[in-house]
Design a protein around this ligand. Structure first.
Ligand SMILES: *[C@@H]1O[C@H](CO)[C@@H](O)[C@H](O)[C@H]1NC(C)=O
Ligand SMILES: *[C@@H]1O[C@H](CO)[C@@H](O)[C@H](O)[C@H]1NC(C)=O
Length: 380
């Protein structure tokens, strides 16, 4: 039997000690509380199926599925070992630059693409640890046989735009070259990565982000390859050179110190069989479909959240993990049940899970969340 959404609300009430208002209102306020603990001001409403979404990059799936990812780990819980930096949030920020514009006026026979990454998805409290540009090149040669004879390469230049260009002004004056390198084109997809951390930090300031310009120029040993573009060359019906499809994303690793407590080690004490009405952790599976969140949470689809339930009877045994205060409270309760209630059965040890989701800008985010699973209960 799978508990429905109401169990989540019930659990939340138990966890937070909020008294019952109207059911709908309560559910809404619980949702807000939960989302804010995830660092979200509102429930993400991704564009949905009518708009193409950034697919989940395989690197993120790997990190999400990495063994030990969802369990308590030894050492620093706020380090992203894949990138060797501190952090607990990994975002694939989608490129929102204008699409490939075709032959540019500022350089003959080259292709320019604007890249724009909206850095305001990062909350001000987050410390930026890494911003890495990933450019994926997907190239389909027209004539595969010729590819073998003349390997193709592109000269790639990346500029940062330092101010907007007014109409009629020279756009070159408003950009600064960041990096220039050649890229070999292969029938297999390949990619180039670049560390843009200082620049991305600067982009976080209001009015400082004018994006990047990516310029691609075919590098060829054979000068005739550019001839097919001349009119009147009837023999060449198809272009000798096609530009690759470019997919750009910015991998942003950041650290939210408020959500970065070190995890406690599992204790070796084991609880013996207790009567079922006594305080203990009960299993509860939360299905994100039940809370209506399946459209923005990519994975997991649900998880074992568990909850605490049961009595804290007198005398409070050691296995109930009571505080001295709780021991005395049960004593007082046993003497006069009407004046003092029993202590509460509450979570005393929780563990984190990882979640992959789309934020409001349709970026893919991998985040580790503390206190998502009840491991142990106690009387408090
Ligand atoms: C960037 O994102 C923020 C919030 O998600 C939005 O308010 C803002 O308009 C976006 N900026 C651009 C240039 O798209
Ligand atoms: C009390 O803590 C021990 C270990 O610390 C744990 O095994 C036990 O389940 C806890 N008691 C309850 C009621 O969860």
């Amino acid at each position: 039997m799978r508990p429905r959404a109401s169990s989540l609300a019930l659990l939340a009430v138990c966890l937070l000690g909020v008294s019952a208002v109207s059911h709908v209102e309560e559910k809404r306020s619980q949702e807000r509380l939960f989302l804010s603990s995830l660092g979200l001001s509102e429930r993400p409403r991704p564009a949905g199926s009518h708009q193409p979404r950034l697919h989940v990059p395989s690197a993120l799936w790997r990190m999400f599925r990495a063994p030990g990812n969802t369990q308590a780990q030894e050492g620093d819980p706020c380090t992203v070992s894949e990138y060797g930096v501190r952090g607990n949030i990994i975002r694939y920020v989608r490129d929102q630059g204008r699409p490939v514009s075709g032959w540019s006026s500022s350089c003959q026979a080259c292709l320019e693409k604007q890249l724009f990454f909206n850095m305001s998805v990062l909350q001000p409290v987050e410390l930026l640890s890494l911003a890495q540009l990933e450019l994926g090149f997907l190239w389909k040669p027209f004539r595969p046989a010729e590819l073998l004879q003349h390997p193709r390469a592109l000269s790639m230049s990346l500029y940062k735009v330092i101010r907007p260009t007014l109409r009629g002004a020279d756009p070159q004056a408003n950009r600064r070259l960041l990096v220039s390198q050649s890229v070999w084109l292969q029938p297999e997809p390949n990619s180039v990565t670049m560390n843009l951390t200082p620049l991305a930090e600067n982009w976080r300031k209001v009015g400082h982000n004018y994006g990047l310009i990516l310029e691609l120029l075919p590098l060829s040993t054979d000068s005739e390859e550019l001839l097919p573009f001349q009119p009147g060359n009837a023999l060449m019906l198809e272009p000798a050179f096609t530009f690759p499809l470019i997919q750009a994303s910015l991998v942003v690793v950041s650290l939210n110190l408020h959500q970065c407590r070190s995890r406690q080690k599992r204790s070796a004490i084991h609880l013996h069989v207790t009567p079922s009405n006594v305080c203990k952790a009960r299993s509860l599976y939360i299905d994100f479909k039940d809370v209506g969140w399946q459209d923005w949470i990519i994975a997991p689809q649900g998880y074992m959240a568990n909850y605490c339930h049961g009595e804290c009877p007198f005398p409070l045994s050691e296995s109930l993990n009571g505080t001295n205060h709780a021991i005395l409270q049960t004593l007082v309760h046993s003497l006069d049940p009407h004046s003092t209630p029993q202590p509460c059965c509450v979570p005393i040890r929780l563990s984190p899970i990882s979640m992959l989701y789309y934020d409001n800008n349709d970026n893919v985010v991998l985040r580790h969340y503390q206190d998502m699973v009840v491991d142990e209960c106690g009387c408090r």
